[in-house]
Design a binder for this molecule. Structure first.
Ligand code: 6PG
Length: 256
C-alpha cells in the first residue's frame, strides 16, 4: 500500500508565532503568484484556534496593504452547522478577524451555510463549488488549502473511524459525529477535493497534538484511524507546519 505523506514536507518552528509568520508570508507569495498566473487565487480556510494568528497577520499591515484582495476567493474546508454569527462558526471567526478589516469583495466570500441542516448545507456548497470548477472536475483546484489537526487525529471534519472513502464520490459531505463527547453536525470538503489542491498547509501547534502528528506522519498507514493520511494531493504539495511542542515526537527534523 502506498505510504502516507510520501511527498510531504515538514517545517518545524520554535513556536506558534513563528509558524504563523511563515504561513502568512507564504500565503502572500502563493496568492500573488496565483493571481499573476490565473487571474485569481482560490483558498480554503480551516476553523479552530491554530490559524487565528495567521488570519490576524493577513488582515494587518504590512500584508493587508499588499494582498490582491480583489482577486482572492475564500472558501472553507469545513463548517459547523451553526448560524454565521454563532461563536462556533468557522466563517464567523474569519469575518471578524479578516473581512471586517480589509477590502475583500463580498462576492469573493463563499461560505458554507451552516444555518442549514447538514445535508442541505453540503448540497448547497457542492453547487457553490461547481461554479468555480476546473475543467474535468465538479470543484475548483484550490491554490491553497489550510487544514488543522485535532489531538484525536481529525482534520477538517474528517473524523477517526469514518470510512476513508466517505465522500469519494462527492466534493462535500454532511457529517454527524460525536466530537468532544457531544454530537456535532458539520459539513466538510472531501479528500478528492483536498487532493486536487495545488498546495496544502497543515497548521499544527501544541504538545497535545504530538501523538497525533507522529502517528499521522510516521505511523502505519491507517487512514481510518488517522484521517489526515487521506490527504495526499496527486499534483500538489503538502507542507506540515508544526511548532516544536507538536513536533517533539518526530524523530527527524525534516521529512520528504
Ligand atoms: C474546525 C476544524 C478542525 C480544526 C482542528 C484543529 O472546524 O474546528 O476545521 O478540523 O482544524 O480541530 O483545531 P485547533 O486549531 O483549534 O486545534
Amino acid at each position: 500500500m502506498r505510504q502516507p505523506m510520501n511527498t510531504s514536507k515538514t517545517e518545524i518552528f520554535a513556536n506558534h508565532e513563528e509558524l504563523s509568520q511563515w504561513a502568512a508570508a507564504r500565503f502572500a507569495e502563493i496568492a500573488t503568484r496565483a493571481v499573476k498566473a490565473r487571474g485569481r487565487c482560490l483558498v480554503a480556510l480551516a476553523g479552530g484556534g491554530t490559524p487565528r494568528r495567521l488570519y490576524q497577520l493577513l488582515a494587518a499591515p504590512p500584508l493587508a496593504d499588499s494582498l490582491p484582495w480583489a482577486h482572492i476567493h475564500w472558501f472553507w474546508g469545513d463548517e459547523r452547522c451553526v448560524p454565521p454569527d454563532d461563536a462556533g462558526s468557522n466563517y464567523g471567526q474569519v469575518r471578524q478577524i479578516i473581512f471586517d478589516r480589509v477590502p475583500a469583495p463580498e462576492e469573493n466570500i463563499h461560505r458554507m451555510r451552516g444555518e442549514l441542516p447538514p445535508k442541505q448545507a453540503a448540497q448547497d456548497y457542492a453547487r457553490q463549488l461547481r461554479a468555480y470548477a476546473d475543467a474535468g472536475l465538479d470543484w475548483p483546484r484550490f491554490d491553497l488549502v489550510l487544514l488543522g489537526l485535532g489531538a484525536d487525529g481529525h482534520t477538517a471534519s474528517l473524523f477517526p473511524g469514518s470510512p476513508p472513502d466517505a465522500g469519494a464520490a462527492s466534493p462535500t459531505l454532511a457529517v454527524t459525529a460525536d466530537y468532544d463527547g457531544r454530537p456535532a453536525q458539520r459539513v466538510t470538503l472531501t479528500p478528492p477535493v483536498f487532493n486536487r489542491a495545488r498546495q496544502v498547509f497543515f497548521l499544527v501547534s501544541g504538545a497535545e497534538k504530538a501523538d497525533a502528528l507522529a502517528a499521522t506522519l510516521r505511523g502505519a498507514h491507517d487512514p481510518t484511524r488517522w484521517p489526515a493520511q487521506r490527504i495526499q494531493p496527486r499534483e500538489g504539495e503538502v507542507t506540515w507546519l508544526a511548532d516544536e511542542a507538536a513536533a517533539r515526537q518526530l524523530n527527524d527534523r525534516s521529512a520528504s
